[in-house]
Design a binder for this molecule. Structure first.
Ligand SMILES: *Cc1c(COP(=O)(O)O)cnc(C)c1O
Length: 512
């Protein structure tokens, strides 16, 4: 308690009985202690704060920004004037944003409160990442943009350490924004298609090795792998790719979009960094911390890499996604965060068991994707027409199931100059139609049960309506094309054309 606060409380004795006041002061001291502990240690609090305390702290922080000084007169072009009182309230009067033009993490002299809020968020997030399984995470940049844009920024930030590089080796993951990030960073993608291993789509490590051993290695800005993805794609083999990146001295960026919620994926990242090279790990704030879309986290294993990311951000940034995360971390506390992750893990097991049983009831089967800790796939009967599969997806959606995806073979999609065959399945010729469902943080048991019940009814109805092939048994996928790229990979390393050309001859992607 400051001396002036203490004096004020003393003066209050003129108006209220001392015993009452003592009790009230003790209660307010408890709040002060929680704030004190946060400021002293900068740690993710063990238990969550009350909403009242969070608001109280935000009010205190707000008084530190110059636009809220009672004596302030602004004569600049940016004075954090907020017209709408609703908007002002929504931001607790913090109007200056974060960062300075040169660096996202630099403190803003006009906005001490906003800068404090940002740095405290960063510090708590670092603690959360360590608690989530990567104690070696040295630094983190909390970014005011979603994952795709964060990936773009991170790839740009690596220009300094890879002068003259313009290629990104990207292990195919059928999610548009992470791929667009490469083009938006002004770079050219080299797509490494997934391979089938049973039902699973797995990383073609041999192809990555061939690319890194090739004469064009110096032109590679980074290898981008993905951990969190829809089944039947498996998380990439980040351990072996990290080793290759270390051997060939090429940056390795991991797209861990919603992987921070998974103990298994975080463990694999820790291992990859231990045995090989991992430069930057990117994740979404909304997918991992239950905040509105708008932020991302990039953690690194050294300070210089983080500094380059924050330095690459052009200009000032919105405080909104940062404040959402700040308030959420304080509200949640570390214990609840770890508990939510455990609940998610248990619900993934329940989802798998329930889907297995449901599949048996309907004479279909789940796809074996044992390495995917978040998402599960269910194969639709062999020979299901794409239109019919899509009808099932629509049926689920209109009955209130969101997030279940139906994927049919034979779709294609172009992003930039790259044409993807088999879009949606992470593979150019995935043999069956399927539907996927994920167990993600915040999901409840009733979400699982409700989904299974709805899917059960929909499958029955769908069967009645849609012409389904007679044979309802779905064959196991063989290992047939597990090594289909290897011959082409060899021709690629011997080929002296640039990698972009090789990319075509390799059949990895086809440019339009
Ligand atoms: C969510 C996600 C992204 C990024 O999407 P944004 O809309 O930019 O947040 C990128 N890659 C993967 C695998 C994702 O799941």
């Amino acid at each position: 308690m400051t001396s002036s606060t203490r004096e004020n409380f003393q003066l209050a004795l003129n108006f209220v009985p001392k015993s009452y006041l003592t009790q009230a002061i003790q209660a307010s001291q408890h709040s002060a202690k929680q704030i004190n502990l946060l400021l002293r240690q900068g740690k993710f609090p063990e238990s969550g704060w009350s909403d009242v305390l969070i608001e109280e702290f935000l009010q205190q922080i707000s008084t530190l920004d110059s636009n809220n000084f009672p004596h302030n007169v602004g004569v600049g072009e940016r004075e954090a004037r907020i017209f709408s009182s609703l908007v002002k309230a929504r931001h607790w009067g913090l109007g200056h944003g974060i960062g300075r033009s040169g660096d996202l993490c630099a403190s803003q002299p006009k906005a001490v409160g906003s800068s404090l809020l940002y740095n405290l968020t960063t510090s708590m997030v670092k603690d959360a990442i360590k608690a989530a399984g990567v104690p070696g995470a040295v630094d983190v940049v909390v970014l005011p943009c979603a994952t795709g844009a964060a990936l773009m920024l991170c790839l740009s930030s690596l220009a300094e350490v890879r002068p003259g590089s313009d290629l990104v080796v990207w292990l195919r993951c059928d999610q548009r924004s992470c791929f667009k990030a490469i083009y938006s960073a002004g770079l050219k993608p080299v797509v490494v298609d997934g391979m089938l291993s049973g039902d699973e789509v797995v990383s073609d490590v041999a192809c990555v090795e061939a690319l890194l051993s090739g004469s064009e290695c110096k032109k590679i800005r980074a290898v981008v792998t993905t951990t969190s993805c829809f089944a039947p794609r498996a998380p990439d083999d980040i351990e072996n790719i990290a080793v290759l990146c270390k051997q060939h001295d090429v940056p390795h960026v991991i797209n861990n979009a919603y992987g921070l919620q998974s103990t298994k994926l975080m463990h694999r990242i820790k291992e990859s960094a231990r045995i090989g090279r991992v430069d930057i790990v990117i994740q979404s704030t909304d997918k991992n911390f239950m905040v509105p879309v708008g932020g991302a986290l990039a953690f690194t294993f050294d300070e210089a890499t983080a500094k380059r990311i924050s330095g690459a951000y052009p200009g000032r940034a919105s405080i909104s996604p940062i404040m959402d995360l700040f308030m959420t971390l304080l509200s949640m506390g570390k214990e609840r965060f770890l508990e939510l992750r455990k609940e998610r893990n248990d619900l993934k097991k329940l989802l798998d068991l329930e889907l297995q049983a449901l599949a048996e009831r309907h004479s279909i089967r789940t796809l074996a994707a044992p390495n995917n800790p978040i998402s599960t796939g269910v194969a639709l009967p062999e020979g299901t027409a794409p239109k019919s599969a899509t009808a099932l997806g629509a049926m689920l959606f209109t009955r209130g199931v969101s997030g279940a995806r139906v994927v049919t073979p034979g779709k294609s999609s172009s992003i930039g100059k790259t044409h993807f065959v088999g879009w949606g399945s992470h593979h150019k010729s995935y043999p069956v139609s399927y539907l996927t469902a994920s167990a993600s943080i915040g999901m409840t048991r009733s979400d699982v049960i409700g989904f299974i019940a709805c899917l059960d009814r929909c499958l029955t109805e769908w069967r009645r309506k849609e012409p389904v092939p007679n044979s309802l048994t779905v064959q196991q996928n063989g290992n047939a094309d597990a090594n289909e790229n290897s011959d082409q990979v060899h021709s690629l390393i011997n080929n002296k054309h640039c990698i972009q050309d090789k990319e075509n001859s390799n059949g990895l992607t086809s440019e339009e």
